[in-house]
Write a protein that binds this ligand. Sequence first.
Ligand SMILES: [Zn+2]
Length: 389
Amino acid sequence: MPDATNTDVGVVELVDRMLAGAIARRASDVHFEPEDTIMRVRYRLDGLLHDVDVLPGTLSQGVIARLKVLAGLLTYRPDIPQEGSFTMNGRASVEGPPIDVRVATFPTVRGERAVLRLLYGAGPVSGLDALGLRPEMVASLRQAAEQPAGLILVTGPAGSGKSTTLYALARHIMTATPGRSVVSLEDPVEQRINGMAQIQVTPHGELNYPRAMRSLLRQDVQVLLVGEIRDAETAHIVVEAALTGHLIMSTLHSGDPAEALVRLLEMGIAPYQVVGAVSVVSSQRLLRTVCPACHNDRRDVDHGQMAPPARAVACETCAGTGYQGRTACGQIAVVDERLRQAVLRQAPAGELRRLIAGAGPDLIADARRVLAEEHTTREELLRVVGSVD
Ligand SMILES: [Zn+2]
């Protein structure tokens, strides 16, 4: 038997080191995944998982137990999924503002796995201009945000930067049209923003989206940020609120603006309510941007072609991934007269899509803009939007 005290100290330091490493590289998530004889540690960097370490399997239990203690979870229940959180307050020699860490554990046949989500709460909120979206799209979003009422929908898959866009919109509203009461309902609250009352909802608990919204609308709220429309009940309340003089911003998990409009109809919102409430639907994706430090080295190696990141180039800035940071691309549908008429007669998604594409670039065309500006690679376009041409 190894000395228990020493092992505990070792595990505490090990976990601290893993967390400090993740934070230093601005990882959004850390995975601790048990395998037969090892535990794999992976960081999510700019949206993609990267293996960073392999721990001996003998440490697995200790590492998970330490994470559970930090997050206030039951160490003696390895058989059920658990969720908790803790704050990195000067832990692991991390400097700067506190970072919220959400921990979710799950039993697998090889032992418990843990996934940590790191919320860098106090970072600066990006302005709408800094997201990478093309200027016409930003102008349409800005215009919708300055209206007294309406529904602004931001759509895209998980990890496409929707919340960042909502935060940028909220910031714009508070500076461009001050004096409005702005409240957000979120799960989780990803970033703290001055001037906005932020409420953490619990989708499966007492304060879920529908209940929180109903109460809030009686609280003299003019602008409401709703983290996500997950169900028909929330969709109905959101639309109702937009139709009764509130400005609502929310996200919907859907592919493109046409699909989002069809989803609202499928959730039982009447066509006249959809066109009455929705002002714009934007859809977005995040493309990883090439690392400025090793970008030119890669070009040289590949005779002027942008090289895929698989090539091993020693670079401290991007840890050899070839990418550093992300930029947004997207498509926007402004609900104009033609789109209105098409939704009112419940035109199929294909027809809505053609109408919307007639008014501006679609997702792939806009992703090509980022490629043409040499901010990303062909491989990244293929990965994110599925096409280069
Ligand atoms: Zn690099």
